[in-house]
Design a protein around this ligand. Sequence first.
Ligand SMILES: *Cc1c(COP(=O)(O)O)cnc(C)c1O
Length: 426
Amino acid sequence: MDTSRDEARRRDAADPLRPYRDRFYTQPGTIYLDGNSLGLLSRDAEQTLLRVLEEWKTLGIEAWLNADPPWFTLTESLGALMAPLVGAEPDEVIVTASTTVNLHTLVAGFFPLTPTRRKIITTSLDFPSDIYALQSQIRLHGGDPATDLIVVPSRDGRLIEEEDIVAAMTPDVAMAILPAVYYRSGQLLDIARLTAAAHARGVLIGIDGCHSVGLVPHQFDRWGVDFAFWCSYKYLNSGPGGTAGLYLNRRHFGIAPGMTGWWGSDKATQFDMRHAFAGAGNAGAWQIGTPPLLSTAPLHGSLMMFAEAGIENIRAASLARTDYLIALIEAMGLTDAPYYYGIGTPRDHARRGGHVAVEHAEGTRIAKALKMKGVIPDFRPPNIVRLAPIALYTSYEECWQAVQHLKAIIDERTYEAVASGRELVA
Ligand SMILES: *Cc1c(COP(=O)(O)O)cnc(C)c1O
């Protein structure tokens, strides 16, 4: 492998997505590799936020109907724009609330489970918020998380084997709630296979797409996924706390939303103000209250950019970047003495999300030392430095520079001067 800086520059020159970088606010002197935690602001997202502010300024309450597009149905419009990213029809996706709230709403909607099927499958490497939500839903419905929440273990502490999840799908299981991509290792699950296995066993399947939507093309309809939820502030660059996504397969349009509110009403009759709830009859029914427009508006510009760039192109560009990072780390000898960096992310494209999990015994100090060099990674316990080269705005040359810094902080023993212990927000 050619490990030269010139080679990185050649790759940038040949990169079909290169023009998109200029539409983002990158900071000189900073290599941002944390777009899997908080995506950067694009001018496109800024524009649609400014548009909504202007509409508020000039139209006031009239903007609910007279803005362009109208605020009253903005979350439906954005759901339709988001639907191609997950392989759904426009009315199966709605932009609403947050990841954790949507998980609560969805699971609450699918309770009560049958008397003989009361258990929910998760895995030991899941994001904690998902686990907390499921524990509390089980408790709220009279169950005991100690017995009703099945936590499929990891064999190596890094990955989850699909066959272990399938083996847990016993006749007492009601549903499996699984991430598409694991937040630590970056492992991508085979959702098509898991959905087929779940349905063959009478188990519902719900997918957390936080680390995959806007990165990996999904085909929720074709696979038959029952429901899904994801945030928009990671790969979708909608801004901190940006309004989240919810997918409901249309075969479930008939069930009552788990936590009902007036924003789930049929839009034609919402302002009739009747006490009998008349739901929207699609994913929109699962909205609860008035959407936070200012946290929703940036998503519009961002989603138009995704439509323009193409999710298949974004996926190819992401894999090319993570391939390059991994190959460079190995070709420069950084997995050997004295560096001892490990690669915790699967090499197989079919099992890889969008970041590279670089493992090191001194992970917290390595992450801090990288920041001192102007590289922004993040750290996840116990020993993972996550590096996410984002297809739309991270250059190959930045990947190259980041790897030089990984080498230098060991060569120069920079990390030894840094306090251990992670930061409050890692
Ligand atoms: C980021 C993330 C969340 C965050 O949920 P919020 O409700 O947006 O705070 C939840 N689950 C997973 C898997 C995540 O990656």
